[in-house]
Every structure is written in C-alpha cells, then in structure tokens.
Design a protein around this ligand. Structure first.
Ligand code: UP5
Ligand code: MG
Length: 215
C-alpha cells in the first residue's frame, strides 16, 4: 500500500536528469612519449573515454567535406599547432556525443591538448565552468627517446609527421610552446609527472598507482 502510494508520488514527480559535469585529465608529453599507448591502457582499467586531439584532427583532415583538411595537413607536417577554434570544436563535439550516448561517460582523457597558450585560451573560452580539469598527466622523457620511438613507428605508421624533418619541428614546438603550459599547471599543483622512458608496463604501473589514488 505504502509502496504503491510512494510509486505514484514518484511517478508524478518531474524526472530531473542531472548530467554530470565532464571531468577531464589532460595528457601531455613530447611526440612519441607514449600518451596514446598509456591512454589505451587506462581506459581498459578505469571508466574514462580517450580523446586524442591529434587523432580528431587527422580524422577531420580526411573528412571529404571538411573545409580545414588542407590547413590541418600542412600544420601537422610542419609540426605546428592548429588554431584552437578547430581543435576545441572537435573536442567539444566528441565530448558531447560521448555523454549523449551514455550519461555515465563523463570522464575524459584529453590526449595531446592543450599544447600552447592559444589552446589554453580557447579551452578557457569554450569550456570554463563547463568541465573540471582534475590534473595534467605528464609523460616525461628525453627528446632522443621521443624521436627514436617516432622514427621506429614511422616505418609502418603512415603518419606524415613521423620523419626526421617533421620530428625536429615537433620537438621544437613541444619545447617552445607545450612545456610552458605544463609549467603553468605545475605552479597550480596540478601536474602528475611520470617517467615515460621505461617500458610500457613499467610506465603503466606508475599510472595505475596514480589513478587508483586520484582517478
Ligand atoms: N611506445 C610507446 N610507449 C613506449 C614505451 N614505454 N617504450 C617503448 N616504446 C613505446 O607511442 C609512440 C610510439 O612509441 C609507438 O610506436 C609506441 O608503440 C611506442 P604513442 O603512444 O603513440 O605516443 P604519443 O605520445 O601518443 O605520440 P604522438 O606521436 O601521438 O604524439 P604527438 O603529440 O606528437 O602527436 P599528436 O597526434 O598528439 O599530434 C600530432 C600533430 O597534430 C601535432 O604535431 C600538431 O601538429 C597537431 N595537433 C594540434 O595542432 N593540436 C592539438 O591539440 C593536437 C595535435
Ligand atoms: Mg598520440
């Protein structure tokens, strides 16, 4: 009887769906530091969705109707950072689509973004107040390790930027533009640094420890 009354009250109450605010971990590190590799492992163990800004840009580049295909292509080959208006729209759309299909999917690993001041400002403009940045997962390793890994991958990846010339430029851009972003977050106490020069499993053991505590 009471159960029935309660059910009827509940069924009359408006159904409020409280969408969760997206929780974001930015994943940064040099080219080939292992961001993508580690993100793939994280999503096997924790309820995160992996969004690689680079992958989204490459997808957009190959979309036939895209007005940005050529621009993205030349920026990637030159190791330059694509204007944020393009990247942030792709990220926002991917986040929205993910949450629309499943409202429980509100945790995101945003891999390879933000890479410079322009990216940071674009994020602030579009996402401030709409998503929380939990921390920055920073994969730290030497330039040599980064270059060697990308050149090795370049033998089969088909990526237009896995060659010596593009890699020099990617490293320059990383040092000049992306490291200062990591430093900014460091000052806010938001960076979690992992030594990425070790084996995939050794790196992931540290990542796992971090996500067990803070993920
Ligand atoms: N590998 C991985 N981990 C290893 C380990 N621990 N030991 C030994 N080998 C390891 O790994 C790279 C290679 O190394 C693989 O072969 C892997 O098996 C091996 P991966 O996990 O792919 O490294 P990742 O850090 O993801 O390297 P990636 O090349 O993707 O990094 P980039 O940051 O350079 O590339 P991204 O795709 O993010 O961006 C490409 C370009 O897009 C940029 O240069 C830029 O032009 C543009 N871009 C923007 O303009 N804006 C953005 O916001 C994002 C990208
Ligand atoms: Mg990657």
């Amino acid at each position: 009887m009471i159960g029935g009354a309660l059910r009827s009250v509940c069924s009359k109450a408006p159904r409020v769906v409280l969408a969760m605010k997206p929780q974001v971990v930015f994943v940064l590190g040099g080219p080939g530091a292992g961001k993508g590799t580690q993100c793939s492992k994280i999503i096997q163990h924790y309820s995160y969705t992996h969004l690689s800004a680079g992958d989204l840009l490459r997808e957009e580049r190959s979309r036939k109707e895209s007005e940005f295909g050529q621009l993205i292509d030349s920026y990637i080959k030159e190791g330059k950072i694509v204007p944020v208006e393009i990247t942030i729209n792709l990220l926002r759309k991917a986040m929205e689509e993910t949450m629309k299909t499943d409202e429980k999917k509100y945790r995101f690993l945003i891999d390879g973004f933000p890479r410079n001041e322009d990216n940071l400002q674009g994020w602030a403009k579009v996402m401030d107040g709409k998503a929380d940045v939990k921390f920055v997962l920073f994969f730290d390793c030497s330039n040599k390790v980064c270059i060697d890994r990308c050149l090795e991958r370049g033998k089969s990846s088909g990526r237009t930027d896995d060659n010596k010339e593009s890699l020099q430029k990617r490293i320059q851009t990383y040092l000049q533009s992306t490291r200062p972003i990591v430093d900014q977050y460091e000052k806010l106490g938001k960076v979690r640094t992992i030594d990425a020069s070790r084996s995939v499993d050794e790196v992931f053991a540290d990542v796992k420890q971090l996500f067990d505590k803070e993920g």
